[in-house]
Design a protein around this ligand. Sequence first.
Ligand code: ADP
Ligand code: ZN
Ligand code: ZN
Length: 753
Amino acid sequence: MDKDIYASVVVDQAHPSIDRHFDYIVPEELMGDYLVGKRVLVPFGISNKAIKAYVLKVSNYTQLPHNRLKSIIKVLDKEPVLSERAIPLIYWMKKKYHCMLIDAINAFIPPGIRKNTRPNRPKMVHLKILDGLDAYMEQVGKRSRYMADILDVLYKNDGDLPLNIISGDTGAPASSFNGLVKRGLIDIYEGQPDIANFSDMHGQKCELPELTVEQKEALDIIRNTIAKGKSNILLHGVTGSGKTEVYMRAVGDIVAKGKQAIILVPEISLTPQTISRFKMRFGNRVAVLHSRLSDGERAFEWKRILHGEVDMVVGVRSAVFAPFKNLGIIIIDEAHDDSYKSEGRPRYHAVDVAKERCNLEESVLVIGTATPSIEQYYDMTKGEYTLVEMKNRVDKRRMPPVEVVDMRDELIKGNRTMFSQALYISIKEVLDRREQAILLLNRRGYAQFVSCRSCGWVAKCKRCDVSLTYHADGRILKCHYCGRRYRYPYVCPNCGSHFIKQFGVGTQRLEEQLSKMFPDVRTVRMDMDTTSTKDAHEKILAAFRRGEYDILLGTQMIAKGLDFPNVTLVGVITADTSLNLPEYKSAEKTFQLVTQVAGRTGRGDRGGKVIVQSYEPNHYAIEYASHHDYEAFYKKEINLREQFLYPPFSNIIKILIIGDVEKDTIELSHRISEWLVKNIDNDIILKNGLISIGANPAPIDKIDNRYRWQVLIKIRPDAMFDGVYHCLVDRCIEEFGNKEQNVIIDFYPVSLL
Ligand code: ADP
Ligand code: ZN
Ligand code: ZN
């Protein structure tokens, strides 16, 4: 029976006990079929129930004795749903993220394909008239703001757009679209936008803009790299330096060579503007994958990619798995953004996956951002990326001035409100001029830190250099890394003042104070409370864009990706709230936030102003951000990371324990950490690799009435230690995890909150 062929399959059932290959005989009638990457039906288990499975390998060898082998029942796909090139990446993901094979496979295949949903073409909207549009907009605007908004979005975007992108952007319901169709102003059709609808709409040809000197230099380096083959590039360019234009030129080169491109953007940046910029340039050869697509629509776009009907995809995180056959480049915009990290199964990071995919498929990786993460920049200094810099804005406009206000002075002057005098005056001016402002509360989670309002001193752990967290019960402060407890400091150890306060103000209070000071002001809040329903986010932003409100108040969720021409003031109420999170990345996050906020204003003709309030105005994160000085920030920060052994000078493994009963959750956390400590103590390599370990309440210690504890293991950064610790934690999960589905391991957490 030498001529038998065997298929190694992974069955489509997520269970740890069957997380491996199973070999099946390929029956004679299927031998001519190319099976790798296809789905098949196989008899499984004692009952021989037929279940779905993915073929990952075909060979003429198996370790199993012949009498134990069963045969494949049936092939389900005409063409593979997994490309052969995806398979090494699937194994890499399993190894790196310790996920099940089927979880890794599922990342490659959209739900609509998995469930065999009928693919349907995304609905497109076409603007039928251009002449006299203003008059029409005014006319329909009287009946419904939404209708006018739809027309406005279409007009500004030079071409047809997917319907759900417009409805997301405007918040408009189906009835508004129907209303416009009835009036003969728009068409709705299924299918690909007609390229004719994109060019020349405003009488301007789709001519490529002349590149700036910096863009030319950047592109030259990227082109040289493309010519050489695979390589990684870090494009460090300030906001408005024209990175997107550089991306598009590089993509143009790749496509001209007959290869394909993946362009990743954070969800919030995947706006009609982004889409139409690519559609204008490349027409129908662009697929778009965003999270508002239905399963059927996503399946449709995915099949266009699979069949080679497009040359590129612009999409969010999961588009990194797009089934291109001859990938030339992956571009990741705003590469520092945490939304590239998946918090579901598998817990992958799109930048890491992209790096590995480019490595395997000999493609070029370009990561672009104004504020690289410390790890990314560090990797660059170690030679993992070629650095390309763009230091100036395209239009030569200066970066907006950032005014840092010292809130300690305000206190001395007797001002106990949340608004400094400078911010108060600026808000008043904005309201007088009928412009708009954004106020940011900058509160991540609910962690509370304690600080002196007279001198800005912040209670920190002496061993870990992170802010201590306030616990109302017992008036103690606790370090969330090592668990050390500290007494509540009723008197400031730095200046002797009694003005010690815990921080953590809400947007609601901000709104109250604001309406007391400016009785007529129209404010809208965007925070966890107001955005819990689906699309609430978009609706608030759309209303603000329409000018229904003067001031948008919110948490950092409003900081990025927003471009409001009428906004001339951005205020950060307390920059310190993110500075003093119990997390080693707090300075980095603060730097990114202030830089990003500064990049958002002053894009329109009116210029703009940024006011940052702080009790620690001299903190390096705030100071360097206000001077737009990334390098100085990096130098300072990387030294601190080294001194206190934080990433990239250590790796942190997070074990999150979630439970309904507080006592049980705490007990399980302690059992887990004791088990780990015992095993580490017994092994010389584990012991050498350990920096610290501790079980503590998570900084956000209760979400949805469920208690959260975490065990943090900090280890030395070395592949060998990674290896042994990953094994140890896997064993730990076997020991404690399966019984209670509430132990979550994150080997590469982007946040410790
Ligand atoms: P970034 O992504 O770096 O923040 P963008 O790519 O969004 O910057 O560019 C900012 C603006 O400058 C955009 O409106 C873009 O159309 C315009 N732009 C980019 N490159 C050029 C150029 N070479 N000439 C004229 N305008 C440009
Ligand atoms: Zn500590
Ligand atoms: Zn003090």
